[in-house]
Ligand binder design. Structure first.
Ligand code: WT7
Length: 647
């Protein structure tokens, strides 16, 4: 594989040299207390910390950073910039409609966040309360998150594409009685019925015993939506009834900042809990060094605020660093496939960060959508969310970046708070498809299935052997699940769930999940969740779901479905199953392939052999391996015969 060495222009503007990276990295792992005592000071503390690292992965799992320091995250993201750059743009909003944009300065952000904080307070919201946020990509989403941070409430953002059921589950799990939403969202010219979904979710949660008492609604489209007297209030009205300032609450470093639900290999989505001090230090330092961010630059992370990428790299990291962060309401191919590059030209964007799935889709649309734009403001590109295939990487590098901009392929997870493995621009030689080397304080290790540590150039399961400040602290309400999920497979290590190769230069190449999680267009999906949605359909007896390679999405969702006796395996029923999964989870979980299976391959103890199902879904049935332990080996023949993916 070709290597793209650091160019002289990149080296010249880099924040640190390659030698410094080595030295800093060594210090960060040999003397984490010293390293983080120094870098922990990059944010403002109300009361400075005296303790730095206090973490254990075994026998007990306990993670604390900067534990006796106090701070307020919103003050760090807003107030401390007011004097120097109060009139600089904090949020540069680009609407779904290319004719719409808004600029929110740090001063305006301050006023809006204070007012929203006061509105929440007026409804009795206080420290530690959970506030659910179900919003489109509008500046008010940022106001809402920062308003929570300001008063010490814990936000739980639910992606606007999730169904009422999914939203209800998250409201229940977080025991949240406050919801912030909008009348409707707007994406690709289409309306998203957020308030309508929210009303349904509130009803479902109410039946399960979780009452939502306050709904703060933002008017986005002006669409006609219901209004529950006493429960609902409009932001544009409420904001006029409160003060324009609100003193930031003094929070402990380990006080929770947010919960974000993410799918795992088993059970319901987990509430990943991040706390204040360590998370903000991590968000800020990674954003600074990985994007080589300089004051005045326009930075654009084209993710949704509903995912962790949006939390850390649209909101907290950039604002902690006083950046101008672009927030984009729309989608890459609306009105056409040149939209992103037109936005780059319109706002003179310097740094863009996006998912490989979008890059592949735009690559498929043809170069002319890119080359018809200037993009001369760009100097740095980034990717996140899934492995990027070298072809897409090279297209991004050559066609989008005109071979002028380094690419940072950043590997991380909801659980890790921010990036773990990444190149640093002007520092790290690049290899298309590799996330390259660990960030400061991150110690990757590859182990085999028995947990034996593998050295040198090899492949294995990716673990991280010690804590870093941005690490999640627990699963909300279920610490035992936290310990079980991440620290029990390989005792004393954090297991990422990813497979990985390390090459002869020590570069890391993430190969994808090794558990029952699939990655669809950069979104994590638990196969168990899709299965449970399928079996809740009245025609279904049993279901097994696996991922398969998909040209655009990275992985597609392949479902094997066994019907109840008497049900007919028709195309109509397939459609109904797809609609049902979309209803239950949301459009992101839409099955790509459904295969009706009279039987599933099971061991004699009744365990479904997913290895076989994966192979058949990949159309690789010549390599099924040992099927002799199956209770009924003949089911495999039928599955192969009726497979849906054929080359
Ligand atoms: C999973 C985490 C990180 C924010 C967005 C996704 C995969 C993420 C990369 C990358 C290869 C990647 C992993 C990981 N992943 N970034 N640069 N190269 N794989 O967050 O939903 O928590 O998903 O995404 O499989 O475990 P998430």
């Amino acid at each position: 594989m070709e290597k793209i060495a650091v160019k002289e222009e990149w080296r010249q503007r880099a924040l640190i040299t390659a030698e410094e990276y080595q030295a800093w990295y060594r210090r960060s792992v040999e003397d984490p207390d010293g390293f983080w005592a120094e870098h922990g000071k990059r944010i403002d503390w109300m009361k400075p910390f005296t303790k730095v690292k206090n973490t254990s992965f075994a026998p007990d799992v306990s993670i604390k950073w900067f534990e006796d320091g106090t701070l307020n995250v919103s003050a760090n993201c807003i107030d401390r910039h007011l004097e120097e750059r109060g009139d600089a743009v904090a949020i540069l909003w680009e609407g779904d409609n290319p004719a719409e944009s808004r600029k929110i300065t740090y001063r305006e952000l301050h006023e809006n966040v204070c007012r929203m904080a006061n509105v929440l307070k007026s409804r009795g919201v206080k420290r530690g309360d959970r506030v659910t946020i179900y919003m489109p990509m509008i500046p008010e989403s940022a106001f809402a998150m920062l308003a929570c941070a300001r008063i010490g409430a814990i936000h739980s953002v639910v992606f606007g594409g999730f169904s009422p059921d999914s939203l209800a589950n998250r409201i229940e799990d977080a025991r949240s009685s406050v919801l912030i939403t909008a009348d409707e969202g707007l994406r690709g010219g289409r309306k998203v019925p957020l308030k309508k979904n929210a009303d349904k979710a509130i009803e479902i949660a109410g039946k399960a015993g979780q009452k939502v008492e306050t709904v703060l609604m933002i008017r986005r489209t002006g669409g006609d939506v219901g209004f529950a007297e006493g429960r609902d209030l409009w932001w544009h009205e409420a904001r006029e009834t409160v003060e324009a300032t609100c003193a930031p609450e003094e929070m402990g470093a380990e006080d929770p900042l947010f919960i974000l639900y993410t799918s795992g290999s088993t059970g319901k989505p987990k509430g990943v809990l991040h706390t204040s001090g360590g998370y903000l230090v991590w968000a800020s330092i990674t954003h600074h060094y990985i994007f080589d961010y300089r004051p005045g630059e326009i930075y654009w992370c084209a993710a949704d605020i509903g995912w962790v990428t949006g939390h850390t790299y649209i909101l907290y990291g950039p604002l902690a660093n006083g950046a101008t962060t672009v927030m984009f309401e729309g989608i890459p191919n609306y009105p056409d496939a040149s939209r992103l590059w037109q936005v780059v030209d319109k706002h003179k964007v310097n740094i863009i960060y996006m998912a490989p799935t979008a890059i592949r889709a735009l690559m498929g649309a043809g170069d002319s959508f890119v080359t018809s734009t200037s993009r001369e403001s760009l100097r740095q590109l980034g990717t996140v969310g899934e492995p990027i295939n070298p072809e897409a990487w090279l297209w991004y590098y050559r066609v989008v970046g005109d071979e002028r901009c380094p690419i940072v392929d950043t590997y991380w997870q909801t659980e890790t708070g921010g990036t773990l493995i990444t190149p640093l621009p002007g520092v790290t030689d690049l290899k298309p498809g590799s996330a390259t080397l660990p960030f400061f304080g991150v110690q990757p290790q590859l182990v085999d299935s028995e947990g034996t540590v593998l050295e040198g150039a090899t492949s294995g399961n990716l673990c991280i052997v010690d804590s870093w400040p941005g690490q999640m602290r627990t699963v909300y309400g279920d610490h035992e699940r936290f310990v079980q999920t991440y620290f029990s497979t390989y005792k004393g290590k954090y297991f990422t769930g990813d497979g990985c190769r390390r090459d002869e230069d020590g570069y890391y190449w993430i190969t994808g999940r090794v558990d029952d999680v699939i990655n669809v267009s950069g979104h994590r999906m638990g196969t168990a969740e899709v299965e449970s949605a399928l079996v809740s359909h009245p025609a279904v007896a049993e279901a097994a779901v696996v991922g398969y390679p998909h040209d655009l999405k990275g992985q597609g969702i392949y479902c094997y479905v066994t019907l109840l006796d008497g049900e007919e395996p028709t195309d109509e029923l397939k459609k109904s199953l797809i609609a049902h999964v979309r209803e239950e989870i949301g459009p992101i979980a839409s099955p790509d392939k459904i295969q009706f299976a009279p039987g599933l391959p099971k061991t004699r103890s009744g365990k479904i052999m997913r290895r076989i199902l994966r192979k058949i879904a990949e159309d690789d049935f010549g390599a099924l391996g040992d099927t002799s332990t199956l209770a009924d080996p003949t089911v495999v023949e039928d599955l192969v015969e009726h497979r849906q993916n054929r080359r």
